[in-house]
Design a protein around this ligand. Structure first.
Ligand code: ADP
Length: 228
């Protein structure tokens, strides 16, 4: 098996100090391989967002190591972290954060243009992704003209636009009805397999979590395997 895309080793993260100290992660370790979809299921406040932020280099741990694509990130400065994040991580949030004045196609093309692709290359990749996620017929629509499930699939296409090796999703179906959640989760899962990305998805939805390759939870600041 190839080297894991994402490795967390003994990661510590706390907030505040003294009486206000909140220990969120104490020695959290997790490995995610290419093409592997790991579901993270834990109660609110357990530290799911914190863990995802650390994986996505949006926050730094106070101890331990986050390794992305074989690179130990504790050795990187701010600029190095930003570069690595841009080139390896795709993030999907509970609320889609699409740009309202742009069409679906433009929203998915934008990160590719910023990364230096030509408009023709970006459009080709965007249409492939929209097609894979079943929303190609909505390419020229603006977010306000789309259903919640369509908006979220477009946000997934945007997160995947630059071929991220690691996909992180924070309650990506948290805002959707059960039937739409199903469609969106299946679309996300097939995209992850197609692209060979490593994925960590925080979800409250046990039915969806069961479709992951593995389910983990957070207990006493550790990442532990979980059976539903
Ligand atoms: P979850 O995503 O599982 O709901 P979070 O990772 O958002 O959990 O939060 C875990 C704990 O850390 C919570 O107790 C929260 O209040 C605390 N926390 C998160 N971010 C901060 C922060 N920036 N400052 C202080 N406490 C924080």
């Amino acid at each position: 098996m190839s080297k894991p895309h994402l490795i967390l080793s003994d990661v510590h993260r706390h907030y505040g100090e003294g009486e206000r100290l909140v220990r969120v992660l104490e020695a959290a370790s997790l490995t995610v391989h290419s093409g592997e979809l790991v579901a993270l299921v834990a109660p609110s406040g357990a530290g799911k967002s914190t863990l995802l932020h650390l994986c996505g280099l949006l926050e730094s741990p106070q101890g331990g190591e986050v390794e992305l694509m074989g690179i130990k990130t504790s050795r990187l400065g701010d600029r190095g972290r930003t570069q690595l994040r841009r080139s390896t991580v795709g993030y999907v949030y509970q609320f889609h954060h699409l740009l309202p004045e742009f069409t679906a196609l433009e929203n998915v093309s934008m990160p590719q243009l910023i990364a230096g692709r030509t408009p023709a290359e970006a459009e080709k990749r965007s249409m492939e992704l929209l097609d894979l996620l079943g929303v190609a017929p909505r390419a020229s629509h603006r977010p306000a003209e789309l259903s919640g499930g369509e908006q979220q699939r477009i946000a997934i296409a945007r997160a995947a636009a630059n071929h991220p090796r690691v996909i992180l999703a924070d309650e990506p179906t948290g805002n959707l009805d059960p039937e739409t959640s199903d469609i969106v989760f299946n679309a996300l899962a097939s995209l992850i397999k197609d692209e060979g990305a490593a994925a960590l998805i925080a979800t409250h939805n046990h039915d969806l979590a069961r479709r992951a390759d593995r389910i983990v939870t957070l207990k006493n600041g550790l990442v532990v395997d979980h059976q539903l």
